[in-house]
Design a protein around this ligand. Structure first.
Ligand code: GLU
Length: 479
């Protein structure tokens, strides 16, 4: 069997949106699953939409997310160049061939004439005016330097059909397709032409892209057929929606891969979640690494209907990845976020990691959860009230001096010794565990909830700071 080759063909128009990354990911997964090649091609022929720096964003995002290509502008390959603006001569050559084959023609119509073809709604459908020109007339005009474009010669009747692996039978009437421009007057090809030439010359077997191309594909097929080339297999992907009405897009302020990384999502979780946007695995296991995704990916799991981007679900998935990390891994991956907190460099990173791992879903929640280790001061004594724990300010007034004393008297200050000291207070006062532990934890954190309890926090703070906080809280209650 022919080797599978897929491609991702983004236009460098600013950023790599989530939908783009999903297209890339599916192309990657499909190729890798079959032991095939995944190609990156930069489609930069629309110079008006070109945004400086965006090619680099595409390279960086693909590398960082692991959706890595085998061939592309910055890694090379046997089918280059992989940037369309560097392939101008190739398009010219094939456009001329297509003219000879009758699949295209030169058009010298002026913008004024084109404008005069507008219907009531302002739409223009070119009337094949220049198709009638003789070979001599064309040569004459070119010799005289008249500007021209090359247009596709679409049949005036009949239908173009093909089978899409997701959407099934697709059929479009040729009368609804205009003789679109293939080569512009500046010699640059349009997407409509370049995608066909490149997919063929680059040996692409499966074209995976968004549904916006579903209905233009018949006109690409006309070109494959005219050249006598085999058509690729088509796989169009359902749109990703922000909600029932709106597509997800950066223009609506929706985040890109990079934004989510900066927001503290685990990278693997972003990729994992994106894979599930429009595809469902056969099993109900949803947490999958890139290699597990590759193993499980199959086209029949791709859905026809739009999928809604659910950030809460992606967050949950991110939390699952975090829980599965070792403390060391967490400490390394979360380091940029620890750095944003007030505690960075002041406490044992691994100890904080083990406390936080089960308590955050995205890394950006870290600073808020641990800043109490550095921020301690006036707080509302109502925090001592907890109905279920059966505690309140009066209980705290009894517990705290005893706890202070027990901790001060410890020979060694460790997790276990602090625990024993607290249990001694429990039995001495004849209280419930919760009454002592709640009061002491609040007294040394000034927080209603904290990652970790008395022992974990005391261990991080050290004896001196633990005692200082207990003293502060005892004073606060006596005020
Ligand atoms: N450059 C096109 C885009 O960004 C690619 C479409 C395709 O994959 O053929 O939409």
């Amino acid at each position: 069997m022919e080797k599978v080759r897929t491609r991702f063909a983004p236009s460098p128009t600013g950023y790599l949106h989530i939908g783009g990354l999903r297209t890339a990911l599916y192309g990657y997964l499909f190729a890798k699953k079959q032991g095939g090649d995944f190609v990156l091609r930069i489609e930069d022929t629309d110079t008006a939409r070109y945004v400086e720096g965006s090619v680099q964003i595409i390279y960086d995002t693909m590398r960082d997310s692991g959706v890595m290509y085998d061939e592309g502008p910055d890694v090379g390959g046997n089918f280059g160049p992989y940037v369309q603006s560097e392939r101008k001569d190739i398009y010219t050559e094939y456009a001329k061939k297509l003219v000879e084959l009758g699949g295209a023609y030169y058009c010298f119509c002026t913008p004024e004439r084109i404008a005069s073809l507008k219907d009531e709604e302002g739409n223009v459908k070119y009337d094949k005016h220049c198709l009638k020109l003789s070979k001599e007339e064309i040569e004459e005009k070119i010799k005289n330097g008249e500007p021209y474009v090359i247009r596709q010669n679409v049949p005036e009747s009949g239908t173009g059909s093909y089978h899409d692996l997701v959407y099934g039978h697709i059929s479009v009437d040729y009368k609804d397709i205009e003789d679109g421009i293939l080569i512009k007057s500046d010699g640059m090809p349009t997407y409509n032409f370049a995608n066909v030439i490149d997919d063929h010359l680059m040996g692409i077997t499966h074209v995976i892209r968004g549904t916006e191309y579903l209905s233009s594909t018949p006109k690409y097929n006309l070109m494959y057929d005219a050249f006598g080339w085999e058509r690729p297999v088509y796989i169009h992907l359902p749109p990703i929606m922000k909600d029932a009405q709106h597509k997800l897009s950066k223009r609506n302020g929706d985040a890109s891969y990079e934004d989510f990384v900066n927001k503290g999502y685990v990278k693997e979780a972003i990729v994992n979640y994106i894979a599930l946007l429009g595809w469902s695995p056969k099993s109900n296991v949803e947490k999958m690494s890139l290699s597990e995704l590759t193993e499980n990916f199959s086209l029949d799991g791709i859905s026809k209907s739009p999928s809604i981007f659910d950030e809460t679900k992606m967050k949950w998935l991110s939390g699952e990845y975090i829980k599965a990390m070792t403390d060391e891994e967490f400490a390394v991956k979360a380091e940029p976020f620890f750095k944003q907190s007030k505690v960075y460099g002041k406490y044992d990173l691994l100890k904080m990691a083990s406390l936080l791992k089960t308590r955050v879903e995205i890394f950006s929640e870290i600073p808020d959860k641990i800043n109490f280790l550095e921020e301690f001061g006036e707080y509302d004594s109502a925090l001592f009230f907890h109905k279920k724990m059966k505690t309140d300010v009066e209980i705290a007034k009894i517990v705290l001096p005893e706890a202070r004393k027990a901790i001060a008297e410890l020979k060694e200050f460790t997790f276990d010794s602090v625990h024993d000291a607290m249990m001694n207070v429990v039995s001495k006062l004849g209280m419930k565990n919760g009454q002592v532990f709640w009061c002491v934890r609040v007294a040394i954190s000034a927080k209603e909830s904290t990652p970790g309890g008395v022992m974990e926090i005391a261990e991080l703070l050290g004896r001196e700071e633990t005692l200082r906080r207990l003293d502060f809280s005892i004073d606060l209650l006596n005020k």
